[in-house]
Design a protein around this ligand. Structure first.
Ligand code: FE2
Ligand code: FE2
Length: 167
């Protein structure tokens, strides 16, 4: 693919991905405010942005089989754990932004677990097999991710695990 086209599509993929995420969250806000139709509007358009992101990704050939995708996902989580979030945390500390420090800390702690989980999955997926996986529990406050029965309280943010979302 020609350089400028590749750069354009990467930018478009990032933009559509961000729009998908924003509209999904906007939809949840509208639902909480009792505006069911506006929630549905955000949800429908979020899906359309996902279609666009998927089409750009296909042109860019950045989606592989599950084994490749797990490696890609693990590499991304590792980058966040070892490079991106430590640097971002240092910046937020230097600029004395407590809120940013906390949201970065929450993400960094969860990404470590995600990297391990993807690594375990990749070990079996590379032979074309599915992994063994119990129920996943995710903290709605900090994103802490746990397989199987969760501890009573989130070890990262302290919220009661009764509020965890199951997958
Ligand atoms: Fe993650
Ligand atoms: Fe948490």
């Amino acid at each position: 693919m020609a350089k400028m086209t590749e750069r354009s599509l990467k930018e478009a993929f990032a933009g559509e991905s961000q729009a998908y995420m924003k509209y999904t969250i906007f939809s949840e806000v509208a639902k909480r405010e009792g505006m069911e139709n506006i929630a549905r509007l955000f949800q429908g358009i979020a899906y359309a942005e996902k279609v666009h992101a998927n089409n750009h990704a296909r042109q860019l050939k950045i989606i592989g089989n599950t084994s490749d995708n797990l490696q890609d996902a693990k590499d991304g989580e590792d980058f966040e754990v070892h490079d991106m979030y430590p640097a971002f945390h240092a910046i937020a500390t230097m600029e004395d932004d407590k809120g940013a420090q906390q949201s970065i800390h929450y993400a960094l702690e969860a990404e470590k677990i995600h990297s391990d989980m993807y690594g375990e999955a990749q070990k079996v997926a590379k032979d074309g097999k599915d992994m063994e996986l119990g129920e996943l529990h995710v903290c709605p406050v900090c994103g802490f991710t746990h397989e199987g029965t969760p501890p009573e309280k989130c070890p990262v943010c302290g919220v009661s695990s009764e509020r965890f979302k199951k997958f």
